[in-house]
Design a protein around this ligand. Sequence first.
Ligand SMILES: O=P(O)(O)OC[C@H]1O[C@](O)(COP(=O)(O)O)[C@@H](O)[C@@H]1O
Length: 327
Amino acid sequence: MERELALEIVRVTELAALASAPWMGRGNKNAADDAATKAMRAMFDSVSIQGTVVIGEGEMDEAPMLYIGEKVGSMNGPEVDVAVDPLEGTEIVAKGLNNALSVIAIANQGCLLHAPDIYMEKLAVGPSLAGKLSIEDPIDTTLRKAAEHLHKSIADLTVMILDRDRHESMIKQLRKVGVRIKFLSDGDVAGAMAPAFPETGIDLYVGSGGAPEGVLAAAALKCLGGELQGRLMPANANDYQRCKEMGMDDPFKVLTMDDMVGSEDVIFAATGVTPGEFLGGVRYLPDNRAETHSMVMRAKTRTIRYIKSLHYLPNKPLLAELSMKRR
Ligand SMILES: O=P(O)(O)OC[C@H]1O[C@](O)(COP(=O)(O)O)[C@@H](O)[C@@H]1O
């Protein structure tokens, strides 16, 4: 893929973030998601790819756009797999909380795992722990190994996990071992990426979240030099069958980075919708301007670009059509 594609992709996440941000704190997650999805879909038409959505808004019969299998792009560029989450953290935006992102990952055709929309158990780390831990170890062993590699005491480790009842037993174990826990309300793409940014103070991300979000986070961590190990959690025979139909011989197998993102030729872009651990959110400024904070990275070079853009809103008519007017 041409490196210029990285900048084309970030324009798409920017517009999706700008479309959903007016819904921040208005208690309407579907409207926020809908605006982001429509903006992202419309912007894709100008991106020079022949893309196929492999992670998107749902199956063709569930989602009107950005559904799995949909073709996106201007159809005059490389054939690529596209993973999107136009608004990762719909509830976050509805409630006006932190860590909502608009995200896209693109890789050569056939290189992104087609993950069903079920839970995935995750263990994510930054570059200093990449390759050093195993999701198959008991959590206390993992934490002990992490502390050793980071030359920290266990009490100084900070672990991030989604605040969910299903994590009760894991949280008890974390408390017993004595680490700090930083709870996440939603948005585990940002959560899994956080350990790759030393300024977050987060050493590990653990627990279960969406499988599609796992693949998006794996793409980001490939660019960041971190690691995500995953294990799908089919809850019943139907889930198990869906995994099989998506080409997984053993749906319970540990998924490595290469299983989820089978190429170094991957681009990841994210724009903050609300403020987060490593990206600012959309900010409205005087004179009809809005500021966005994005990052775009390629695994090949591992360059991380932060892009702060000042948008002049009257020149973005699509936004006026898609989102409610600011009051
Ligand atoms: O809320 P659950 O069922 O625990 O699911 C966790 C998943 O939901 C999210 O927190 C938010 O997902 P949405 O943006 O689709 O609302 C994901 O980041 C995470 O993977």
